[in-house]
Design a binder for this molecule. Structure first.
Ligand code: SAH
Length: 418
């Protein structure tokens, strides 16, 4: 099953793993007291030695959770078409960088590059390069095999990248640990199930005002973690809770905010667009922090480092953090986005071209996973950052009648490829 979208992971599952991360955290908590949920999540997921993503990052059927690109090639193909359609709508610039944040197994970029190859006649005069932002050495190895057949050069001296290679389709690919290392330039950004993996702060409204939820060691049970509330306000309660907030429990992901600010500044300055797809809400949900292990909900405090930890993305916060530097579109439900992108037509074509029943059944099953409102269709959303001039003509006071209408943005509207 995919990481479906509701219900916090309260259901405890038997703890596992070798307990190294738990012992490390327990020592730290005993020595210096409780930590924020964000600190806990960062340690559990991306600690350089023992973090979940650092060591394994179990995306895929044999891992802990499965994602849309791993379910169906059609997903990545339609996203590839989105980029080509935006590239055309923006006047076919002669170069662009495709920048993916958190590429997992590399499947999504692989599917996108296949589309770019199929549309080689359209893109022939465009110089395309791929830039992957990935902290996990384990996953970057898997990506390298998927995208280049393993032919990569580690630590190239002349670049800010930690690895580089050439894709199977002949496109240069670079790896970085941070978006800030990616060279400036006209770029199309992609973040699929990336923001949900970034550390969140959690807050609870109490009679005495807002308190931050912290992670502490349980004094009754050795090496067991528990949630506690901060005894007073913390810097985070002061900075991240809006005065007009009406919810009693709030999750905020400042790292996501910083990254969106960077994306928006880069798009404002150098042009391009960003497509963000994730499960999330528009500033309405409360407790969404949950863990996944072996495709099942997993207690977030049990056996840290052995399970994926995740929280719904708050799109209203991302919109706010774009700070008007770009326009934003969405969030729009995955099933609407994919329908607008022509998934039904693509499914029909694949069904017609496949002779055997097993393949046809597989195609229908994966379509249902992506589109069914009870599965991934409703809770996954698409959200975009675009330069203002992509949606509204820049003021041309002298000759307003000469403006031709701007082409609609595919996915958020029906796809029209001209
Ligand atoms: N986009 C992929 C994988 C999602 S899992 C898919 O949809 O299948 C999250 C990905 O983000 C993993 O590749 C993980 O290693 C990476 N990641 C997590 N935190 C990160 C961070 N702070 N910086 C860069 N990459 C990160």
């Amino acid at each position: 099953a995919a990481r479906l979208c509701s219900g916090a992971g309260g259901e405890a599952e038997a703890a596992g793993g070798d307990g190294t991360m738990l012992r490390h955290l327990a020592r730290k908590l005993r020595a210096s007291g409780p930590v924020t949920v964000a600190e806990y999540m960062r340690e559990a997921l991306t600690n350089p030695g023992q973090g979940y993503y650092t060591r394994r990052g179990g995306v895929g059927e044999s891992g802990d959770f499965i994602t849309s690109p791993e379910i169906s090639q059609v997903f990545g193909e339609l996203i590839g078409i989105w980029y080509v359609s935006e590239w055309m709508a923006m006047g076919k610039p002669n170069t662009f960088q495709l920048v993916e944040l958190g590429p997992g197994r590399g499947t999504l970029t692989d599917d996108i590059l296949r589309v770019f190859k199929q549309l080689a006649s359209v893109l022939s005069k465009c110089d395309v390069s791929v830039h992957l932002v990935e902290v996990s050495p384990k996953l970057s190895e898997i990506q390298a095999v998927m995208l280049t057949g393993g032919k990569v050069q580690p630590n190239p001296e002349d670049e800010s990248a930690y690895m580089k290679g050439i894709s199977k389709t002949g496109i240069p690919i670079f790896w970085y640990r941070d978006i800030q290392d990616v060279p400036p330039g006209y770029s199309f950004y992609l973040a699929h199930e990336f923001f949900d993996a970034l550390p969140i702060h959690k807050f609870q409204r109490t009679e005495k005002g807002w308190r931050e939820v912290l992670v502490d060691i349980d004094p009754e049970v050795p090496d067991q973690l528990r949630f506690v509330l901060s005894p007073s306000r913390t810097p985070a309660t002061q900075n991240f809770i809006q005065p007009e907030e009406t919810r009693d429990h709030v999750e905020v992901c400042p790292e996501a905010g910083v990254i969106v600010q960077r994306l928006a500044s880069r798009i404002e300055k150098d042009g391009g667009a960003a497509l963000v797809a994730d499960y999330g809400h528009d500033g309405t949900k409360t407790d969404t922090f949950r863990g996944f292990r072996n495709h099942k909900l997993h207690n977030v405090l049990s056996a840290p480092g052995t399970a994926d930890l995740t929280a719904d993305v708050d799109f209203s916060y991302l919109r706010k953090m774009a700070q008007g530097r770009t326009a934003t579109l969405g969030p729009i439900k995955q099933r609407e986005f994919l329908k607008n992108m022509g998934i039904d037509l693509r499914l029909q074509m694949l069904l017609q071209n496949s002779g055997d029943t097993a393949t046809r059944e597989q195609l229908l099953h994966s379509y249902d996973m992506l589109m069914n409102p009870e599965k991934m269709g409703d809770c996954f959303n698409f959200f975009a950052l675009l330069p203002h001039h992509r949606l509204v003509h820049p003021e041309k006071k002298d000759k307003p009648e000469s403006k031709s209408p701007l082409p609609p943005v595919a996915g958020f509207n029906e796809l029209l490829l001209k």
